[in-house]
Structure formats: C-alpha cells, structure tokens
Design a protein around this ligand. Sequence first.
Ligand code: F6R
Length: 621
Amino acid sequence: MCGIVGYVGDKEALPILMDKLRMLTYRGYDSAGIAVSKNGHFYVRKCKGKVRDLEQIVDEDVGSGTIGIGHTRWATHGPPSTRNAHPHLDCTGHIAVVQNGIVENFWELKQELIEKGHTFQSDTDTEVIAHLVEEYYDDNLTTAVALAMQRMKGSMAVLVMHRDEEDRLVAAKMDSPPLIIGLGRGENHVASDIPALLHYTNKIYVLEDGEIATITRDSVIISNYKEPTKPDRRLYERKVIVVDWSPEVAQKGGYPHYMLKEIHEQPQTVLDTLRGRLPERPDAPIELPDLNVTPEEVAAVERLTFVACGTAYHACLVAKYAFEQALRIPVTVDIGSEYRYRQPIIGPNEWLVAVSQSGETADTIASMREGKERGARLLAITNVVGSSVARLADGVLYTRAGPEVAVASTKAFVGQLVGIFLLLLYMAQYRKVSRKTAKSLQALRAGLWKLPEQIERILNDDGHVKAIAEAIAAHPSAFFIGRNLDEPLAREGALKLKEISYIHAEGYPAGELKHGTLALLDEGVPVVALATQGAVYDKMVSNVQEVLARSAWAIGVVPEGDKRLTELLGEANVLTIPRNHDWLHTVTAAVHVQLIAYYAAAALGRDIDQPRNLAKSVTVE
Ligand code: F6R
C-alpha cells in the first residue's frame, strides 16, 4: 500500500532512493516518483507506471544531491497518473511530501486551504499535507509538520523535505502505516519496510503512532508530534532493533520470480520456525517465552478468536479445525475487516490471536485494538519483528519465513500453519486432553520435523503439477474443494490462482457444492479435489463422483499410496503428498496449490510478483 523512502547522508541520494524503491515495489506499483534536493533546488521526477518506468526518466542532472525522498504508489485518492504521483509540492515549490495511508479529512482541509489561496495540482489527499506544512512553516520544518499532523485525521506515514533546510528529513506517523528509520554511519535512511534497508543497515528504529522524527545524517531525534519541542532520546535508544535478515534473502537468487523462490524457501521456513522451540525429544517441554503467558493462564482459556485477512485468514481457519478437535476450546475465526464492526462479545478468559505476515495490515490491527478495548488478551503470529501487530500484542510467536517479497503469500502461509501447530502443542501441555488426542499430538509433533524433507520432495519433482497447471491455464475458471482441514486450503488454492493468473476460481467445502455451485460445473471444468484428511476421505470420494458425473475434470491431491481416488481419476490426474499426520497434509498440499497457481500464471505470461490492482501490506482499511 504505497512505499515511501528517504535518504540523508554524504552519498548521492538518487541511486539509493531508486534501489530502495525497487525493493518496495511490491507495496504498490501504479506510479512512482522522487525528489532530490541540492543547493536549495528540488529535482522532482515522477510518472505513471512502475519504478522501472521512473528509471527511464531520472536523468543525470538529478544526480548529486545527498538528500531526497521517493514513493511507489497504490492509488487510493485519484487515479494513477503523473499528476497524482508523489512527491507533492506546496504552492511555493519549497516543500516536498510523500505519504503512505489516507488523510480522512482531506476534503475539509482542502476547502480551507483553497479559501486561503492555495492552488492544488492533483486529486490526491497527500497534496493537502504539503499545503498545510506551507501554511504552518515558520523556519522550522519539524514544528510545521507537527502542526500539520495535529490537523489531520486518518492513518498515515509521512515524509517531508524543505529546500531551505537541506540537512534534514521530517517523518511522522499516525495510526498504522509503518515507517522504519535505518540508522547508518554518517547517513540515515527511511523506508516503509525493512527489506529496503537491508543493503544499508540492520539497525532500525520503528516509528510509533504519534511520533515525529527529525532525521539528519548524524542524528535522529524523536518526539511526539503533539509536543514536538520535547525530544525523547531515551525512547529512541531503548527501541533500536537489530534485524537478522541478510540482504540476499530479499533478492531473487536466480529464480525467475520471487514467488517461486519463496515457494522453494518453505523447507527452511519450517525448520527456522521450529528450531529452538520444538525439542526433538518427544517428552521435552515446548517453551514459547515470547508469548508471555503462564501455564495457569493457558489452562484457564475458555475461547480463542483468530483474526486475519486473506491468506492469513485461511491459516486461521485451519487453526479452528485443529484447536477445537484437539483442545476442545471453542474457536471463532474472523476476517479483519469484519470483526470490529460486528460488536464482538469477548469472554473473561478469551485470547484474540492476530495472524499477519507483514504485521501491518490495517484491518488486523484495527481488530486487535477492538479486542483489547473489550478486554481480550492479544497474541500475535507474525513474520516481522517490531511490526505494529507484534508491538500491539501482549505476546508474540514469530514465524521465521524471512522477508516475503512476492505479493502472493506462500512461505509466510506455511510459517503461519507451523506457528499455529506449535501454539496448539504448547497449549496442550497445560490442558487436559484425552489419551487418543495425546497420542495424535505426539504424532503431530514428530510429523512437524518431517515436513522440510517432504516439501523438498514435492519441489524436486514438480513436472507433473506443472503440466496440470498449464492445462488449467487454458480454462476460464476453476474450483478447489475440500473437507475438514482441506476446506480452508481449498479457499487458499482458489485465492492463489485468482490473484496471480486472473483465472476465476472458487474454493468450496466439498459437501456444499451440491447446494448451488454444482450448477457451474460443465464439461472439462477443472476441480482440484483436496482429499488428504482420512476421517472424511470417503465423503470426498463421493463428492468427486458428483463432479465426474457432471463431466468436469477432477484433479485429486492425495497422500502417497492412495488407491480409490487414484483408480477413479487415473494417475495423470492425481498429485501426491508424502504421508504424515493428517493435519500436516495441509502444509504439503499447500505447496501443490501454490505451484498450480504459479505455473498457470506463468503459462499465461502474467506479472506474477506484482499482480494487477494488488499490493502487499494492506495498510488501508
Ligand atoms: C494473498 C495475500 C494476502 C495477505 C493479506 C494479509 O496471497 O498475500 O491475502 O495474506 O493481505 O496480509 P498479512 O498477512 O500481511 O496481514
């Protein structure tokens, strides 16, 4: 949802800004722009299109300034165009602004500023920030930005530069959009996300809601924008985070797309997420100290609500099946954008578990705030250390997937599933479970360690899934069906296929097809039938029969050694996964559905890492 970058130091700003923008392209890619300041002059270049289109128009004369800001956009107010691309300037051309987020009261502010004589060049909400800062500017940029922030409502991360104060950038944050300051030697950086900073520094400061930062090459002074004259150095020193991601993990590493690279990183994601947490000795206790909960609190839990969006929501649906079956705790799963508007009822011993790759999804964050206000204990399963979700939560379980760059989430999903099973095993230690469940959980525990090798096997032999995906690519629509834990995976398979191949797809509970959707099945329509859950296998076979009876093309995903569906469909129409605990089949089957989406999209020549209309990290509600 828009990426913003900034640099101040002794090097040429332009190449550094462009490099950081390239790393943030996944946050939005309908227009891009930069402003570099030199000798009291701004060099502004912007255009409709991607960062690579911007590269074509940044010429030499922008070259040598050592301070600048940049932006890659995902349009909210005003269609993608050069006019609406950031940075935006004030009337005098002295102030340049980039923003990620939304100024909700921009229309009222714009009318007020027009009455005062300001003229606007764009349809964006961001331009009001430039004019507001102009209105308040009196030789001190930090004060002017602080006063402007006090007038605005909404959710935004803002970065501002003034031609007459060429030694500083001013950054401010209201509500959720992230803004990270990268601390260098003789230079400092700003970016919306950590991967953009990894080439330059691993020491970061994550700006908090309500903060304003004055950033020069040698200093970063943080204060609250309601009291900008009271810098809080203590706060700044206390919260510097050292990131352990290497710059290489945010590169394509020889793969044609980040998505394929990230699919191939999944064995490592599983290993990293388990290591140091799940002892291989079956009787050794599982410890998750970052969750900040006591055994007594675990024993007392009466209900869990999982909340998330998109792919992370599908991981939560898997959690519902597993937690309810194993721990007999009632579980509610909510979509982030719905939870806060349905006046949720929170019981006395209820935990709200937010699941988010980025940790910056506005709807998930809003749900956490709603839950907190209503008295829930907040836990987070997230991939980004220091993210808003992590900071808001009372306890965290980090998935260790490393930076995920492709817009379509893959390794983060697998990390979330593993995180969910870890949380379940951890909680089971302090709750009464039946002997049968205890045995099943031992198998789950052992099975988790088998996953990296099993995923590797699927990845090393992906010719068959590729051929099936390429055949699916010839169809205008496809269906994914499943029961029990395969049901959320069916939804995930459909989402992946839709978002990167643009083929219409639906993920459906297999038993529900006959209540309406079956009407859509016709000669040759692809139906991916996920049949990996033993308890409902017979029912799945019946549902596949229903599909075949309508002459549709059924493709089975089954555990190795499967007989009935394989006989029914023929080996050419069957994808296998290595046998494991049934619940862990969701992890290996996830790899197949990801590969189906990837190879179908590749066959259609789609822009796989940056599908149309989307952006990673959805920081608007
Ligand atoms: C789909 C996808 C999205 C995200 C969703 C939540 O492939 O990536 O559906 O899962 O936007 O994002 P996070 O997990 O960052 O909260």
